[in-house]
Design a protein around this ligand. Structure first.
Ligand code: PGA
Length: 248
């Protein structure tokens, strides 16, 4: 059976001093974790966090975004190859905050996933509906459309991705999807992946959106929830460690 994956998304938080304290506490408390874990940190701190992690195998290094372009005149962008240079193993792609505030379309998200895969980085492809879409009964159609774009372009590589279901209304709001609501969408995504690849069973489908130390165990007990993508609670070592412990 595959181990669960708990990925922290620090978003635009942290400082040299705060990161040192957080990673130090995580390393001190993680022991031999019974799950896979990753820290998706701001690009500016990739080198620092990689240094802080040292030889630890408990946490993999992750980024939060990458360029859809390979290289060249794209001021401010960071390429997949550059992330790879810094030992990045995972990269978030199409987080709802990128879709919402930076106009990332399904097509752009797909290209980014492709760039990551080509560089040997596992893209964590984020999908999820807004509150209005849920209330209009469009949840399944929205997540299926978002994932279909990535499946269509990445074909046989699809078993190399991670999918994160993050209902937009649950992100940073303290409003978590119920385990049943989350499982229902995860089952839809699993079926879609299975139709695309015989290897779909090995794909991690993470839940994200106000997952915390108190609700993690119940969410992670669902048959198609293979881990979590954790925002707010990933900035507090005891909370993140408690979620990791719930993922054993
Ligand atoms: P949250 O964020 O855990 O703070 O809701 C999750 C995410 O945006 O990845």
């Amino acid at each position: 059976m595959k181990r669960k994956l708990i990925a922290g998304n620090w978003k635009m938080n942290g400082s040299l001093a705060a990161n040192e304290a957080l990673v130090g506490a995580l390393l001190a408390g993680a022991g031999e974790p019974g799950c896979e874990a990753a820290l998706c940190v701001p690009a500016a701190y990739l080198a620092q966090v990689r240094g802080l992690l040292g030889n630890s195998t408990a946490f993999a290094l992750g980024a939060q975004d990458l360029s859809a372009h390979e290289s060249g005149a794209y001021t401010g962008e960071i390429s997949a190859a550059m992330l790879k240079d810094f030992g990045v193993r995972y990269c978030l792609v199409g987080h709802s905050e990128r879709r919402q505030y930076h106009g990332e379309t399904d097509a752009v998200v797909t290209l980014k996933a492709q760039r990551a895969l080509a560089a040997g980085i596992t893209p964590i492809v984020c999908v999820g509906e807004t509150l209005a879409e849920r209330e209009a009964g469009q949840t399944e159609a929205v997540v299926r459309r978002q994932l279909a774009a990535v499946i269509h372009t990445n074909g046989h590589c699809i078993s190399e991705i991670v999918v994160a279901y993050e209902p937009v209304w649950a992100i940073g709001t303290g409003k978590t999807a119920t385990p049943e609501q989350a499982q229902q969408v995860h089952a839809v995504l699993r079926a879609q992946l299975q139709a695309a690849s015989a290897q779909a069973g090995r794909i991690h489908i993470l839940y994200g959106g106000s997952m915390n130390a108190a609700n993690a165990a119940e969410l992670l007990a669902q048959p198609d929830i293979d881990g979590g993508l954790i925002g707010g609670a990933s900035l507090k070592a005891p909370d993140f460690l408690a979620i990791m412990a719930a993922a054993r």
